[in-house]
Write a protein that binds this ligand. Sequence first.
Ligand code: C2E
Ligand code: MG
Ligand code: MG
Ligand code: MG
Length: 271
Amino acid sequence: MTDSAITEQTILAGLDAGEFVYYYQPKVSLITGKVIGAEALIRWQRPDGQTVLPNDFIPLAEQTGLIKQISYRMFAKLARDLLIFSDIDSRLVTSVNASAQDFADGRFCTMVLETLEQLCIPTKNLQIEITETTVLNADPDVRKNIQTLCDAGVGLAMDDYGTGYSTLETLSQWPFTTIKLDRSIVGRMLDNPKNQTIAESSIRMAHELDIGIVAEGVESDLQYQMLLESGCTKVQGYWLSRPLPLSDFIYFIQQDLRWSGLPIGLIHMAI
Ligand code: C2E
Ligand code: MG
Ligand code: MG
Ligand code: MG
């Protein structure tokens, strides 16, 4: 699909036709080597077999305000998947990306909490990922609605940590439960000692603030080892697994449960 074919109308038609799905990228504990959850990443599966990635339609959806409909309507799908995951292992935490507009009024939050309650899914099994830009430009309503989710027990992750400006202030003023170390930092860790120090101090800070830390974009054994030595506790990245369609992710966690003790790095080769 060419860029010009991605319009408000085609996105809406795709939503109506159920062409949007979530892929799930496993997150793994560096302490146990086990899958602890996943990040839900939206994909647009066109009838012609093409899969359109979020960077090709989320910016337009945000510009036009359509993102609110996407997030709202896709949550029902996400919740059904959460139910499957919690049946397999009730400790799995799934995170989903959200945009500032999702919190401009209380409808998204209310629907999320009602849906979780109806399906008896504990709020702790869900985490919302927002970027620092969302936080920096947040008006009082956005803040209030995010706080409502957090008060109900939903986790809040700061996405792409290390790419913004005033992260320290933001972290102390918002109820973040996790930071996600951006893949640009993880990717440069091995280049020189300075970058390693930046990664290590972020990890230390998260521990001192008593919040979780997930390193994103782990692509090699060397990065994995360095994160392990730096005290990082959770990782996500192609080296562990690419984002997987629902059925593949389910297979992935089932294999992981069955083969406890499988050395990390072989997990992704097992499927
Ligand atoms: P993000 O939230 O930072 O998601 C991580 C992105 O990095 C994903 O790209 C993932 O596939 C990619 N990634 C994961 N591991 C690696 C790795 O080891 N190496 C490299 N090079 N990349 C890796 P994706 O799925 O294309 O998503 C891009 C962005 O689109 C996301 O960045 C997020 O900001 C946004 N997005 C995705 N799904 C949604 C959604 O449902 N709603 C909203 N509002 N935004 C979404
Ligand atoms: Mg994210
Ligand atoms: Mg990220
Ligand atoms: Mg991002």
